[in-house]
Design a protein around this ligand. Structure first.
Ligand SMILES: *Cc1c(COP(=O)(O)O)cnc(C)c1O
Length: 385
C-alpha cells in the first residue's frame, strides 16, 4: 500500500496505539515549575522530603528514600543488608534485568527459580528447594502488577532467616489481603521510570519499616557520610550517590496526589480487556485472585499453547493494526549472562512463548482498547486449536 502514513490525530482510527505513556497535567507542570524556580539553597530538599513522606504514608511504611532509579534503590538495599561476594540471592527466572543486575553489583550470585503459572511470580516450592548455606535473601518481583504469594514467602523467609525483598517496581497500588505490596518484606523498591504507573522521568523509591536498614541506606546514598555527623564532608565508608532531585520529587508529589485517578483508569483498561475476553477459553490475562487488588500496570495476554501461535504471527498482527505490543520478559537464564543453561521445560519459557504485553495508559480511549481486543480475537481464530 502506498497511502501515506496517517497523522496521529486524536480520533484517527489508524493512529498508533502506544504501549504506555504517563498522565501529565497542569498540576505536574505547576509543581515542577515551582521546584525549578524555588527549590534551591535553604529550600533544597523540600520536595524530596515531601515526596518521601507522602509515599511512605501511601504504601504504609515508616521509611522511604527517593532515589535516581528503581535499580539504584535495589542496589542500595542490597548493600545495606551487607551482601557480599559468595552470598546467594534467589529470584524468579522471569524478570526484568534491573532485578538481577544489582545482585551482581555487590558480587553476590543470583539463583534462578521458575515461575508459578498461577501468579507468573516466583514458585515458592522451588524457592524452598533452592535454599542453601550461602543463601541470604529472596527477591519477590510482583510481575506486571500481579502479586507474589506473600503469605508463603513471608513464612518461608522468617523460618529460614532470609531477607525477603520486594521488587514492586511494576506494582504500585497492588494489594495483598489489603496490604500494599512493597511494604511487607525487609525492604521494597519502586520505579518511576516513564513507563511505570507514576513517573518522575527517571526515579525510584526504597521503602522499609526497619530503622537500622533505613539508617544504612541513608548513609550509603549520601556517599557514606552519616546523617547528622557534625564533621562536614567526612565519609565513613565508600557509598553510592543515587539521589533524586527536587525537580523530580516535585513531579512525583503531583503524580502521587493523582494516584487514585491513575489507578482507576489503569484498572478500567484491564477490566475492559477482561470483560471482552471472558468468553474465550484460549486466552488468559493477568491472574487476579480475590485476595489481590491488581495495580494493572501492564495487561498481558497469554494464548493457549494449543493455538500454536508463533511470535511472528502474534507481533505481525499487532503491527498491522498499528498497535505497539511487546514480548513478555525473556527468561534471564536464556541471556547467557549468568553462566546458566537455557531450559525449555519451564513456565518462564512456555509463558514467554505465548504472551504479548498489551497497551495500557490513563488516557486510552475505548476505541483503542477495542482495536487491541479485535487483534486478540483474530489471533484466536487463526490458531490451530
Ligand atoms: C522498571 C523495573 C525496575 C527498575 O527500574 P528503573 O528503570 O531502574 O527505575 C526494577 N524491577 C522491575 C521488575 C522493573 O520493571
Amino acid at each position: 500500500m502506498n497511502a501515506p502514513v496517517p497523522l496521529a490525530s486524536a480520533h484517527n482510527r489508524f493512529a498508533r496505539v502506544v504501549l504506555s505513556k504517563p498522565s501529565i497535567t497542569d498540576l505536574e507542570l505547576r509543581y515542577v515549575g515551582d521546584a525549578a524556580a524555588n527549590a534551591w539553597g535553604e529550600s533544597c530538599y523540600q520536595w524530596i522530603n515531601r515526596f518521601e513522606a507522602a509515599f511512605a504514608r501511601y504504601v504504609g511504611v515508616k521509611y522511604a528514600v527517593a532515589t535516581s532509579s528503581g535499580t539504584g534503590a535495589l542496589h542500595l538495599g542490597l548493600m545495606a543488608l551487607g551482601l557480599k561476594p559468595g552470598d546467594e540471592v534467589i529470584l524468579a527466572d522471569t524478570n526484568w534485568i534491573a532485578t538481577v543486575a544489582p545482585i551482581t553489583y555487590v558480587g553476590a550470585k543470583p539463583v534462578f527459580v521458575d515461575i508459578d503459572p498461577d501468579t507468573w511470580c516466583l514458585d515458592v516450592a522451588q524457592v524452598r528447594q533452592s535454599i542453601g548455606p550461602r543463601t541470604r535473601a529472596v527477591i519477590a518481583t510482583h510481575l506486571y502488577g500481579n502479586a507474589c504469594d506473600m503469605d508463603a514467602l513471608r513464612s518461608l523467609c522468617s523460618d529460614t532467616g532470609l531477607a525477603l525483598i520486594e521488587d514492586a517496581a511494576e506494582a504500585l497500588g497492588t494489594t495483598w489481603h489489603g496490604q500494599m505490596v512493597g511494604s511487607m518484606g525487609a525492604f521494597g523498591i519502586f520505579s518511576f521510570h516513564g513507563s511505570k504507573t507514576i513517573t518522575t522521568g527517571e526515579g525510584g523509591m526504597w521503602v522499609s519499616d526497619d530503622a537500622g536498614l533505613y539508617a544504612a541506606v541513608r548513609q550509603i546514598n549520601n556517599h557514606g557520610r552519616a546523617i547528622g555527623d557534625g564533621r562536614q564532608f567526612w565519609p565513613e565508608r565508600i557509598g553510592l550517590k543515587y539521589r533524586m532531585s527536587d525537580l523530580q520529587a516535585a513531579m512525583g508529589c503531583a503524580q502521587l496526589e493523582r494516584i487514585d485517578f491513575i489507578l482507576e483508569k489503569k484498572r478500567a483498561v484491564l477490566a475492559r480487556y477482561r470483560e471482552a475476553l471472558a468468553g474465550i477459553d484460549s486466552v488468559r490475562l493477568n491472574p487476579e485472585p480475590h485476595w489481590v487488588r491488581h495495580g494493572a500496570w501492564m495487561p498481558n495476554v497469554v494464548f493457549d499453547a494449543r493455538l500454536d501461535l508463533t511470535h511472528a504471527q502474534m507481533f505481525d498482527a499487532f503491527r498491522e493494526a498499528n498497535i505497539d505490543a511487546r514480548p513478555f520478559f525473556w527468561p534471564l537464564t536464556h541471556l547467557g549472562l549468568f553462566g546458566t543453561e537455557a531450559r525449555f521445560d519451564t513456565w518462564a519459557w512456555k509463558i514467554q512463548q505465548h504472551s504479548v504485553n498489551l497497551p495500557s495508559f490513563v488516557d486510552m480511549r475505548e476505541d483503542e482498547m477495542d482495536r487491541v481486543i479485535d487483534v486478540i480475537y483474530s489471533l484466536t481464530e487463526q490458531g490451530g486449536a
